[in-house]
Design a protein around this ligand. Structure first.
Ligand code: NDP
Length: 419
C-alpha cells in the first residue's frame, strides 16, 4: 500500500523499522537511508526473512538538501519517517515539501552548531523574551505550515513517546474525561538498569544537551525558569516503584501551551538516578558537555561529540537493560462541574522489548509510536495537509493502534498527585 523512507538506523530507527515490518499490509516497501550503509544492510538482512515488506537500503546525508531531494525523487515514497537526528529536520522537511511527501519526526529541530552566530542571536533574544532556554523549539518547523498545506502533504511533529504519545494522552483525556483541564504533569520514569555507571538511553549528545539546560515549566501562559535538576520530587510508579524525579523543560510543553491554552500549569518530570546525576555534573564541570570546538594538537574536537564516542552506544544497551519504563500524564480539571483527577500511562518492559525487536524500552517506546503515527497518515486517519503536533489529531485511532502494537494504556481515576 505505501512506500516509506526511514532516515537513520540507530536505536529508535531500528525499532521503527522493525515495527513497520510487522505491518507489511501498510508498509509494503521500505527504504532504510542513513549515514552508514553497512548498518542499514545488517538490519535489512536481519529483518528480510521475517517480513513481507520489501526492504532496500541506501546511504544518504540527511543534512544535504540535494541528496535528500534526489533520494525522494528516485524512491518516490509516500512518507518519510525521520528517525535520525533533529539537526536535519528542516532540510528533510524542505525536501518533503518540494517532492510532495508526508513527513514525521520524533524530536523538535535544534541546530547542530548552537554557537552559530545567526542562531545565537535568535536564541539569546528568545531566552530573554520567552524565558526558556532549551536549544530546541518548534517555531522553525511551524514556519513550514503553509508550505505543507500548499503541497497537500502532512507533517507530524514529535511522534515518539514524549514528545508524542504524551500529547495524544492530552487529546484523549480532553475528548473523553474533561470539559476543562486545569493542570497537567507529564511523568517520564525509566526504572531500567543497564549495569553501567553512566550511559544515556538515546543519542548522548541530544540527551545531555536536554538535561543540562535550565529547566522551565508553563504557568499562567508564560514560562518559569528553574535551574537544571533543582526541583526534585518522589513518586511511586506503577510497575517500577519509588523514584526521584526532576523538573525539566520538554518540547511538548511548548505546543501544548499553544494548543491547550485552558491548561493553567504544565510541568514535565523525568527520573534520574544519583550515579547519572553525579557523572553529569562532573562532566559538565570539566567542560565535557560543551558544544564548542577546541583545538587539540591541531585537531578540532567538540567535547560533547568526543564524549559520545566514549560512551556506550544506546543501541547496544538492550541486552543488558532490565526493569520497566512508566511514562504518562496526570490531569486535574472539571467535568460537568465536578473536579476530576486522571492518570493515563504506559508501562514498558526493557527485556520484553529486547526479545521482540532487539532494543531497550526507550527506543521501543519511541520507535513504536513513530510507526503508529505513520500508519495514521498512510491509512487516511491523520492526513490533513499542514504541519501538526500530535495533540492536534484524533487520539482514538492512534491509542487503539498503540494498544495493539505493544504500548497499551493504563488508567487511574484516583491518582496520587504531584505536589
Ligand atoms: P542514534 O544516535 O542512535 O541514531 C541516529 C541515527 O541517525 C544513526 O543511525 C545515524 O547514523 C543517523 N544519522 C546521523 N547523522 C546523519 C546524517 N547526516 N544523515 C543520515 N543519517 C544520519 O539516535 P536515537 O535513535 O537514540 O534517537 C533518534 C531520535 O529520536 C533523536 O532525534 C532523539 O532525540 C529522538 N528521541 C525521541 C524520543 C521521544 O520520546 N520523542 C525519545 C528518544 C529519542 P550512524 O549510525 O551512521 O551514525
Amino acid at each position: 500500500m505505501a512506500r516509506v523512507i526511514v532516515i537513520g538506523c540507530g536505536g529508535v530507527a531500528t525499532v521503527g523499522i522493525s515495527k513497520c515490518c510487522q505491518v507489511p499490509e501498510v508498509f509494503t516497501d521500505l527504504c532504510i537511508a542513513s549515514k552508514t550503509k553497512e548498518k542499514c544492510d545488517a538490519l535489512a538482512a536481519k529483518l528480510a526473512p521475517t517480513t513481507k515488506t520489501r526492504i532496500t537500503t541506501t546511504k544518504v546525508d540527511a543534512g544535504n538538501l540535494d541528496e535528500m531531494i534526489a533520494l525522494l525523487q528516485s524512491y518516490k515514497p509516500d512518507m518519510v519517517l525521520h528517525l535520525g537526528l533533529p539537526y536535519h529536520n528542516l532540510v528533510i522537511m524542505e525536501a518533503c515539501v518540494r517532492c510532495k511527501v508526508n513527513y514525521l519526526d520524533t524530536a523538535a529541530y535544534e541546530p547542530e552548531d548552537v554557537n552559530d552566530p545567526e542562531f545565537r542571536k535568535y536564541y539569546d533574544k528568545r531566552c530573554q523574551e520567552k524565558g526558556f532556554y532549551a536549544y530546541f523549539d518548534y517555531p522553525f518547523q511551524w514556519a513550514y505550515r503553509k508550505k505543507f498545506e500548499e503541497a497537500g502533504v502532512t507533517a507530524v511533529l514529535g511522534c515518539g513517546f514524549d514528545p508524542g504519545v504524551t500529547q495524544a494522552y492530552v487529546a484523549y483525556a480532553k475528548k473523553h474525561y474533561f470539559d476543562t483541564i486545569d493542570t497537567l504533569d507529564i511523568l517520564d520514569c525509566n526504572g531500567g538498569d543497564h549495569g553501567y555507571k553512566f550511559a544515556t538511553n538515546f543519542n548522548p549528545e541530544i540527551n545531555l544537551r536536554e538535561v543540562s539546560s535550565p529547566a522551565a515549566y508553563w504557568e499562567d501562559h508564560k514560562w518559569h525558569r528553574v535551574e537544571a535538576m533543582t526541583v526534585k520530587k518522589e513518586y511511586n510508579f506503577d510497575g517500577v516503584g519509588e523514584k526521584d524525579m526532576y523538573l525539566l523543560h520538554h518540547e511538548e510543553i511548548e505546543s501544548l501551551g499553544l494548543n491547550y491554552p485552558e491548561i493553567k500549569r504544565i510541568r514535565f518530570f523525568m527520573t534520574f538516578g544519583q550515579s547519572y546525576l553525579e557523572h553529569m555534573r562532573c562532566l559538565e564541570d570539566v567542560g565535557m558537555l560543551s558544544t564548542k570546538a577546541i583545538n587539540y594538537h591541531g585537531m578540532e574536537i567538540v567535547p560533547i561529540q568526543f564524549l559520545k564516542a566514549l560512551l556506550p552506544d544506546p543501541a547496544t544497551l538492550g541486552a543488558r537493560t532490565k526493569g520497566k519504563t512508566n511514562i504518562g500524564c496526570i490531569f486535574t480539571g472539571k467535568k460537568d462541574g465536578k473536579e476530576v483527577h486522571y492518570y493515563i500511562y504506559n508501562v514498558c518492559d526493557h527485556q520484553e522489548s529486547y526479545r521482540e525487536v532487539g532494543s531497550q524500552a526507550i527506543s521501543y517506546t519511541t520507535g513504536t509510536p513513530a510507526m503508529c503515527g505513520a500508519m495514521m497518515v498512510l491509512t487516511g486517519k491523520w492526513n490533513k495537509p499542514g504541519v501538526y503536533n500530535v495533540e492536534e489529531f484524533d487520539p482514538d485511532p492512534f491509542i487503539d493502534a498503540m494498544n495493539r502494537h505493544g504500548l497499551p494504556i493504563r488508567e487511574n481515576f484516583n491518582p496520587v498527585l504531584v505536589d
